[in-house]
Design a protein around this ligand. Structure first.
Ligand code: AMP
Length: 218
């Protein structure tokens, strides 16, 4: 079973994905995490990726295609896609890649008003080592500046500074919204109100996954 989590930056895709992974048996493709890892590599490609994501632009479809192909080759079971596809080319590419392994079964569309997104993103900090996400207003770390989980340093992503956030929201509206329509036409979209408590959102998602008979994690 293959699931896409879609929604604007700050809508809680990563947070919900991590909760799903505790209960259900999926591999996790997080486009943002994979790109941030690439961006830390001391290579021409690493520097290119760092430059584009830091300013809030998208990485190229070609690079993303390579990352997807690589992931599909290494992960044969069910997958959750978070942050991919972000444009129509990517949606078509992913459908082809999944054609002989069940296709796309569900697109979970997290809906959150723009003013809430702006507030969430400006307060978000992330662990440099394990990628855990905290929010200085709603979910602060116990010790300021350090991760509760692994003790790593917390930082604000370059692309969560105001100019980059505005650009990311604009890109979502221009390029990613058509992806939602594309899957809506195929009756695959499950709209979820993402402006609720994390647990309340997850309850709705979990109920749906149970109904679809997603395999529980052993
Ligand atoms: P995220 O953590 O999902 O918000 O992604 C962080 C950044 O990585 C985005 O703002 C983009 O610059 C880049 N990125 C993530 N997913 C994609 C994608 N599917 N295609 C191109 N760039 C992406």
């Amino acid at each position: 079973m293959n699931i896409i989590l879609i929604g604007p930056p700050g809508s809680g895709k990563g947070t919900q994905a991590k909760k799903i992974l505790v209960d259900f048996d999926f591999s996790y493709f997080s486009a943002g995490d994979i790109l941030r890892r690439k961006a830390r590599e001391n290579s021409v490609l690493g520097r290119e990726v760092a430059e584009s994501i830091g300013s809030g632009k998208l990485a190229s479809d070609r690079l993303m295609a390579r990352l997807i192909e690589d992931f599909l080759a290494k992960n044969k079971g069910s997958i959750i896609f978070d942050g991919y596809p972000r444009g129509l080319n990517q949606a078509v590419f992913l459908e082809k890649g999944l054609a002989n392994r069940g296709g796309v079964n569900l697109v979970i569309n997290l809906q959150v008003p723009q003013r809430v997104l702006l507030a969430r993103l400006s307060a978000r900090v992330i662990c440099r080592d394990c990628g855990a996400v905290f929010n200085l207003n709603t979910n602060p770390p116990r010790k300021e500046g350090f991760c509760d989980i692994c003790g790593g340093r917390l930082y604000q992503r370059d692309d969560e500074k105001p100019e980059a956030v505005k650009r990311r929201l604009a890109i979502f509206n221009q390029q990613t919204r058509p992806v939602i329509d594309f899957f809506r036409n195929k009756k695959l979209v499950f709209d979820v109100d993402g402006d609720q408590a994390i647990e309340a959102i997850y309850k709705v998602i979990k109920r749906r996954l149970v109904k679809m008979k997603a395999v529980p994690r052993q």
